[in-house]
Design a protein around this ligand. Sequence first.
Ligand code: ADP
Length: 501
Amino acid sequence: MSLNVQCVAPNGRKWTQPTGLFINNQWVKSSDGAKIASINPATAKEITSVYAGTEKDVDTAVKAARAALNDPSWRDLSGLDRGKMMNRLAQLIDDNKETLAVIETCDNGKPYLVSLNDDMTETAETIRYYSGFADKIFGQVIDTTTDKFAYTMRQPVGVCGQIIPWNFPLSMAAWKLGPALACGNAVVLKPAEQTPLSILFLANLIKEAGFPPGVVNIVNGHGAVAGAALASHMDVDKIAFTGSTATAKQIMKMASVNLKNITLETGGKSPLIVFDDADLEQAVEWAHIGIMYNQGQICTATSRILVHDKIYDRFVEAFKAQIKNVSKVGDPFDEETFQGPQVTQAQYERILSYVDVGTSEKATLTCGGKPFKGVGNGKGFFIEPTVFTDVSPKMRIYQEEVFGPFAVIARFKTEEEAVQMANDSEYGLGSALFTTNLTRAHRVAKRIEAGMVWINSSNDSDWRIPFGGVKQSGIGRELGEAGLDAYSSVKAVHVNMKSKL
Ligand code: ADP
């Protein structure tokens, strides 16, 4: 059955959009026929609607994945051939990157050039990077006594459920598919219901690359239905999730039904510390990117900016000027646009509600804080880049993740105070610090409670480098060689060479 519709982007580009559930390399309707509309956040208009999986559909997909795991065409495929298949997929992503970027921009709202140059590059390169690991996943030989030794092997974890967020739809799927496929697992992946379109398009490329039926199944659907069915399924061995901390807690509970292996990448309120010896221009440029890139919808966004008292006023003025000069809010297909719409009306309203919180907490609204209506039909979910100053650690806007173009700036007087303020958070994902003092840079990097530290930079991310959080920002690591640990389990084989006891 072909479940496709023809779509046209606002820039005139056309594409064929799959709308079904992808199970066993086939497109199927959901069992109850229900669909979810995908909305273009720049116009608030429907792009198309796609099928939403039920608990029954998730069960069908899990059975397909289990069968694939036991099928010789996948189970016995050599690492070398698995790697070649993944490499073909990476190439197909490159070959289709313009179409994929158009879809991503229509569905998510991020500027087209960001989709094309950042998200699509990361997607293809992550799959390509992990393709190289597929024939390099092996164990050790461990000598014990003259009569005995053991060897270890690294085997797939099994059926992996992967729950994807809406802020980087395709690249977050690649972060999870790459290591899972390199290690020989089978996958049931659930896109975020707000942004499923690019991942559904990817499904056809997975089939074209030669992956056997059932190795990758994609079931779009509501979190509370399809996501929950996956997290609580008795025959799913692992859940990998990226999204909010609140949802991660529910998933962790559900995953306990059969003691699933879990990796969780959750929320953040990452600090960015600017010491008085910092290169101010450099700090301002990165501080701006660190919170305003991707409409501020980044779990690692450095949304709490801590500035030394001596340079505070200069920093605030320069930061405001940077917003004025660089943060051009506009049509995501306009090449000049830095900031597109927020992903959904719900997110847009949530961010604006935090403007009220900040104002009622008596922080100073230094710029922004309002909807931006000057784009297209005036119905898109655009928000002015927003900055609160005179913020203190007790305030909700200092502690809570807003997930938008919303920065808070606070001041400190000593290094000790800066570290304390940085660590005064339930989260521990990213962190950045700006100083020209080498010793201080590494001393502070060691003390910050975070999974990642950027020295004189913010929000660098690279498929070769482990990514993840501490505290309530997550469990486990994705990317880099460390990302393989989450998708392989070590089996020890004990060998006795002595014939009698
Ligand atoms: P947001 O609140 O910003 O939409 P979530 O963390 O809730 O972010 O969503 C991230 C992903 O988790 C999405 O794919 C969503 O469908 C899924 N999800 C949401 N709620 C649940 C749930 N109760 N169980 C499993 N998955 C869920």
